[in-house]
Design a protein around this ligand. Structure first.
Ligand code: MTE
Ligand code: MO
Length: 158
């Protein structure tokens, strides 16, 4: 894991403004923002990061699914996250605290697509935190199942 520094708001720099619908707002201890001390990201901003995909079973779908998105650690680097915990919140008001070390220990994906189809709020979208469950036995555990936040729309870095 990379070292954790004290959060210094004086180092804040700007991200580009969103052009399309904002899918994800990241706030808290971040050093790159574009509105109201938060990072408001549309799909293009998310997809400006290197694409990452994986195949895995989930506890809520049948069979192996193909997820496409970006790595959670790349997303956190994009916004200059400085902290130890990420609180994930969702459209259905679910909330879970995730240790940031998960994203350095594993290739955890912020998925925007499943089986080549964009995730929508009527399903598990707009975004879904997907762990490489099939690749690591230790991830096949209820402690990690809680962290698979679907219908994700906000992250707070603490
Ligand atoms: N948006 C959202 N994500 C969520 C949840 C939820 O209620 N809403 N439940 C969590 C829990 S407790 C688990 S075990 C896994 C599996 O959720 P499910 O079986 O309740 O669908 O998703 C997690 N992600
Ligand atoms: Mo659960």
């Amino acid at each position: 894991m990379r070292p954790v520094f004290a959060f210094d708001p004086t180092t804040i720099t700007r991200l580009p403004q969103p052009v399309d619908e904002v899918l994800l707002v990241i706030d808290g201890a971040i050093t790159r923002t574009n509105r109201d001390e938060a990072a408001h990201l549309d799909l293009n901003a998310i997809r400006s990061l290197p694409a990452h995909s994986l195949h895995t079973n989930t506890v809520v779908t049948d069979g192996v699914k193909h997820f496409e998105g970006v790595l959670m650690r790349d997303l956190l680097e994009l916004v200059g996250a400085i902290g130890t915990t990420v609180q994930a919140r969702t459209l259905n008001n679910y909330s879970v605290d995730i240790p940031m070390s998960d994203f350095y220990d594993y290739d955890v994906v912020l998925a925007s697509h499943m089986d080549a189809t964009q995730l929508l709020p009527s399903g598990k979208g707009p975004l879904w935190i997907v762990y490489p469950r099939d690749q690591w036995r230790q991830l096949q555990d209820i402690r990690y199942d809680y962290r698979w936040a679907w219908q994700l729309n906000r992250l707070t870095v603490k």
